[in-house]
Design a protein around this ligand. Structure first.
Ligand code: ZN
Length: 177
């Protein structure tokens, strides 16, 4: 089955100590690995899901927006509508294959690394990268509301090209169970 043959276009700078795709076993075919990953998540490996799963998961950890993935699919001659890309990303997220990272306004990135970690958001080129090590200590967290618990804390450190100084706007997002 030939799904996609697009070349990786130096898209996402990935932190050197990133966590590799956990289900990848040495020597396994990436396409069957994508299929197995979909099946494990309870998703039928349709052609569209396989095509997008290949783009998302076969290249290590990535942060992509729906628009980026749509353009990659176009370049790979995979005729998918933007709506299909959105739907598939939503299904993958609900199945636990992706984690959503919201950086500003309506902009959402989908992270193939679903473990808890933190991000740099580059305001100049609108890209998201992992913060290496992700050993951020957040102090002064509020108590969760009555009957709730804090399930995770994600820090997004917004950066821009330094003209002598770097801004560090920190945004803390806690999801409550
Ligand atoms: Zn990430």
């Amino acid at each position: 089955m030939s799904v996609l043959t697009s070349k990786d276009r130096d898209h996402q700078p990935v932190a050197s100590d990133h966590i590799p795709w956990p289900q990848k076993s040495p020597g396994s075919c990436p396409i069957s690995a994508v299929k197995a990953r979909l099946r494990t998540a309870g998703l039928r490996p349709t052609r569209q899901r396989m095509a997008l799963g290949w783009l998302l998961f076969a290249k290590g950890d990535r942060h992509v927006s729906a628009e980026m993935l749509y353009e990659e699919a176009l370049r790979a001659r995979e005729p998918l509508s933007l709506a299909t890309v959105y739907n598939t990303l939503r299904q993958f997220s609900e199945a636990g294959l992706l984690r959503q990272v919201s950086v500003s306004g309506p902009k959402t990135f989908f992270d193939t690394n679903v473990s808890e970690h933190h991000h740099f958001y580059n305001e100049d080129d609108e890209t998201v990268t992992d913060i290496p090590g992700s050993t951020i200590l957040v102090s002064g967290l509020p108590e969760a509301p009555e009957g709730m618990e804090i399930s995770s804390v994600e820090v997004i450190v917004r950066v821009r090209r330094a003209d002598g100084e770097v801004i560090e706007t920190k945004r803390v997002v806690g999801h409550h169970a």
